[in-house]
Design a protein around this ligand. Structure first.
Ligand code: S3P
Length: 443
């Protein structure tokens, strides 16, 4: 259960300065726990994100029979049960606010001969699960009870999983990953054909643990991914790099606050996640990649960002998968730019932790910025400054909450959010980290 709503207010702040490291990547952290649980032997993880979403995934894999232990800050040790080795859980699995945890675990359970009940908070109960259940049923799983394809639901995994060739109807790494995770338990090859490539952390981590995963290009933006089923996954250490989706908040805060100079250490630059950095550079932001290196199998860099003028740009729909979680904070940056920013192809934003397309537009309007939604496109008319002064409804959505607070740091009047408690799902130390850079955020 979540605590009481906790309103927060961000006020115009002096230059932001300092060198910080944001927490570990949320996508990789979920996958480290799930895939670690499917190895045979001990997996050590460092830099794990200890946000509520990931902790809920940790509880779920423990309830399914893996041994999960915290040995220090961000340091975890797992003893896996092997592919398809999960035991039937005694109680419903509660994924809280997390679509990723829930959908990836639906896929994993679909490949095990057990039944499990899945549930989540009021936000997660509204989100579509049918998109995942449909291919999992083709692979031999059965949905025993589901409320119109939503949580709470009960899934019986396949006794003899069937490998499939699957073309996801939407660009979704969660959907792709659910099918690949179920495919681990199937004999033969499971194939996912993506029209638009999405984040490839599941594939990369499977390869890291010894699975045979092959890629081929598919069309102008897509990929064909082939997984050889029933591998023995061999434990290897996992180092989780800093989350670019969390770095996005101090990054934009520094870019829109005059005189700022901030370094964000070790931020993951996976090209399928780096759309915001490319867009900010097109807008004229002073973002430099320093000390580019490989950490935990991913390219990372220290990002230096300085405050300065921004201009409106066109953000093509083809870039959406590489920055799908960054549109609310990009819309904040666009509010402080000169000219209109057009963000195209945002349909999937409607089914995130909230309807983020509507929530982002409402956030800007509440703070005196002109915005328009036309179909799946969002237009923000920037005028170099934002009045602020609004009260923002965050709808149980951590990214709307952090985006609105960043807005308040550079707008003329303070910005208040109705509830900051969901920030703990992905970035528990957000307020402290931002204060350390000079941000004025208070309850
Ligand atoms: C994620 C995939 C994306 C993203 C989410 C994390 C993942 O969701 O929005 O925050 O870790 O696979 P979709 O697969 O629904 O696009």
């Amino acid at each position: 259960m979540h605590g009481n709503p906790s309103p927060l207010t961000a006020r115009r702040s002096g230059p932001l300065r300092g060198r910080v490291r944001v927490p570990g990547d949320k996508s990789i952290s979920h996958r480290a726990l799930i895939l670690g649980a499917l190895t045979v032997g001990e997996t050590r993880i460092s830099g794990l994100l200890e946000g509520e979403d990931v902790l809920n995934t940790g509880k779920a894999v423990r309830a399914l029979g893996a041994h999960v232990e915290r040995t220090g800050v961000g340091a975890w040790r797992l003893h896996g049960v092997g592919v398809a080795g999960f035991a039937e859980p005694k109680a419903p699995l509660d994924f809280g606010n997390s679509g990723t945890g829930c959908r990836l675990m639906l896929g994993t359970v679909a490949g095990c001969p057990i039944a499990a009940s899945f549930d989540g908070d009021a936000s997660l109960r509204k989100r579509p699960m049918r998109r995942v259940l449909e291919p999992l049923e083709r692979m031999g799983a059965h949905t025993l009870a589901a409320n119109d394809g939503r949580l709470p639901l009960r899934l019986a995994g396949a006794r003899d999983p069937i490998p499939i060739v699957y073309e996801p109807p939407v660009a979704s790494a969660q959907l792709k990953s659910a099918v690949l995770l179920a495919g681990l338990a199937a004999p033969g090859e499971t194939v996912v054909i993506e029209a638009e490539a999405t984040r490839d952390h599941t594939e990369k981590m499977l390869i890291h643990f010894g699975a045979d995963v092959r890629f081929a290009p598919h069309g102008p933006h897509g990929r064909r991914i082939t997984l050889a089923g029933q591998p023995e996954l061999v434990p290897r250490p996992i180092v989780v790099p800093a989350d670019p989706s969390s770095a996005a908040f101090p990054l934009v805060a520094a870019a829109i606050t005059p005189g700022s100079d901030v370094i964000l250490e070790g931020v993951m630059l996976n090209p399928l996640r780096a759309g915001l950095i490319d867009t900010l550079i097109e807008m004229g932001a002073a973002v430099e990649r320093l000390n580019v290196r490989i950490e935990g199998g991913e390219e990372v860099a220290d990002l230096r960002v300085r405050g300065g003028a921004l201009r409106g740009v066109e953000v093509p729909a083809a870039r959406a998968p590489a920055m799908i979680d960054e549109y609310p904070i990009l819309a904040v940056a666009a509010s402080f730019a000169e000219g209109t920013t057009a963000m195209r192809g945002l349909k999937e934003l409607r089914v995130k932790e909230s309807d983020r397309l509507a929530g982002t537009a409402d956030m800007l309007r509440a703070n005196g910025v002109t915005v328009e939604i036309d179909g799946d496109d969002l237009f923000v008319a920037g005028s170099g400054r934002a009045p602020g002064g609004g009260l923002v409804a965050t709808h149980m959505d951590h990214r709307l909450a952090m985006s609105a607070l960043v807005m308040g740091l550079a707008s003329a009047q303070p910005v208040t959010i109705d509830d900051g408690s969901f920030i703990a799902t992905s970035f528990p130390d957000f307020v402290a980290l931002m204060r350390g850079l000079g941000a004025d955020i208070a309850s």
